[in-house]
Write a protein that binds this ligand. Structure first.
Ligand code: NDP
Ligand code: MG
Length: 427
């Protein structure tokens, strides 16, 4: 029988660690919870199977593999995603496969499979959850949200100019496993992704078999399409665990700037928590990149805020907004979000000593122009209705290393942000 991903992976998770909650009061020193890092040790059986799966996938990418038991079935699952040509062979890449016909996957076994593919890579970076003081006890399990710009494969290989990153570190077959490994290690209830250009051939089929319901909204003129052998447009994707939430409504938003339609998008969904019956809105976005576009981003941010005002019925429904805003905290768009009547706070500020400062970076890479270290990614939340129970700390400069990101250890130039939220008592 299929078990929920959380139960199956409990050994890998920190979220159920005892002592996570802390009484309200003056901010205590941040506490590191149990580690997630695991060495990439794989049995010869797994390695042989992974290698065989890759070979099979290369030679007959469109074959439907017979479903066996245990590892062989899982290798089939991953192998089916190894060749990325499916989307380009189907101009109708916007059509998702019917999830009814997909067999559930045991996340623990998928994780083992990923580790087998990654056996030549250095071990995963260690990151810990930091417990944060919250308003009061919560009677329901927290809602874990992951925000991550995963780096579009076409942009990483064809446009981004990460001059210190060896091209072999960007190979999709392995980078994909690093991305999945990160998701499986933290087991978010909700996953907000940017730069997704392998939705239909990889993330949608695999994550739906792990119990997620997904939505994808591609950029209208994705720069990925300029790259030879691209896998379709990149865009935002939003996934939530179906056993925890019911979808109430969903909106795909093409952002405008000064009334003009732009190339940037957002997805906003209202979900109902099955345990508590409380509703909230979750949104994901990726604003226009590059210097010189600050006013444009600001206008896009205003448009998104306006849309969210309507969707949350004037801030009546609690809100979480995840995104790569491509804006430092000094920018106008950040200030609009910080001062909006939606009464939002930025979750990662809570990791700072005074609770007022954003982390020093969420992306760190080296381009031809030099080192680019910026804070661009945020998780905003309704400060009245929600509390952040814990947040995953960022990688240190030492972990990131002199060649920065992406690397053989980490698949994207942006770090994932992960927070556990709980609802505050209704007044
Ligand atoms: N055919 C047409 O009519 C049109 C085509 N286009 C295409 O879209 C492209 C622009 O799309 P738009 O959505 O505005 O893209 P953005 O300017 O928002 O950037 C696109 C991607 O480039 C990355 N990026 C940021 N800075 C750099 C850099 N210095 N060097 C390389 N990559 C960088 C960003 O990553 P991150 O967010 O991680 O920083 C982002 O994902 C055009 O170049 C064109 O190819 C666009 C409009 C119309
Ligand atoms: Mg990028």
């Amino acid at each position: 029988m299929y078990q929920s991903p959380r139960r199956l992976c409990s050994a890998l998770l920190q979220r159920d660690a005892p002592g996570l909650r802390r009484a309200p009061g003056p901010p205590p020193p941040p506490r590191r919870l149990s580690p997630t890092a695991a060495p990439r040790l794989a049995s010869p059986r797994l390695l042989a199977a992974a290698s065989a799966a890759r070979d099979v996938a290369r030679s007959c990418s469109r074959t439907v593999y017979p479903m066996g038991n245990g590892t062989s079935r899982l290798y089939s699952a991953l192998a089916k995603t190894l060749n990325s040509s499916a989307a380009s062979q189907h101009p109708e890449y916007l059509v998702a496969p019917d999830p009814e016909h997909l067999e559930p996957i045991d996340p623990k076994e998928l994780l083992e499979e990923c580790r087998a593919v990654l056996h030549t890579r250095p071990p995963r970076f260690q990151r810990d959850f930091v417990a944060l003081p919250a308003d009061g006890p919560s009677s329901h399990p927290p809602i874990r949200v992951m925000q991550w710009n995963i780096l579009a494969q076409a942009l990483g290989e064809g446009k981004d100019n990460f001059v210190q990153c060896p091209i072999e570190a960007l190979k999709w077959e392995e980078r994909k496993c690093l991305i999945l490994e990160e998701i499986l290690a933290y087991q978010p209830d909700i996953l907000c992704l940017q730069e997704v250009d392998h939705y239909f051939d990889t993330f949608q089929p695999l994550l739906s078999r792990l119990g997620y319901q997904g939505t994808f909204f591609p950029k209208p003129w994705s720069p990925c399409l300029d790259v030879e052998h691209n896998n379709g447009p990149d865009g935002c994707a939003l996934f939530f665990l179906q056993n925890r939430f019911k979808l109430v409504n969903s909106a795909n938003i093409r952002l405008t700037a000064m009334t003009l339609k732009t190339n940037q998008v957002a997805i906003a969904q209202t979900l109902e928590c099955k345990e508590s019956s409380r509703q909230f809105c979750i949104a994901v976005t990726h604003l226009k990149a590059r210097t010189g576009w600050e006013r444009f981003r600001s206008a896009q941010g205003c448009d998104l805020l306006q849309n969210l005002q309507t969707i949350t019925q004037g801030a009546k429904i609690p809100l979480i907004v995840c995104g790569d805003f491509n804006a430092e905290p000094t920018e106008e768009v950040y200030k609009h979000f910080a001062s909006s009547s939606l009464n939002l706070n930025s979750a990662y500020k809570l990791l700072s000593a005074d609770g007022q400062s954003e982390p020093p970076y969420t992306t760190w890479k080296i381009r031809t122009s030099g080192e680019c270290r910026h804070t661009l990614d945020y998780i905003w939340y309704s400060r009245q209705a929600l509390s952040v129970r814990s947040a995953l700390d960022l990688l240190t400069e030492e972990q990131i290393g002199p060649n920065r990101l992406p690397s053989f250890n980490y698949p994207s130039d942006h770090l994932s942000l992960v927070c556990d939220f709980s609802f505050n008592e209704e007044p």
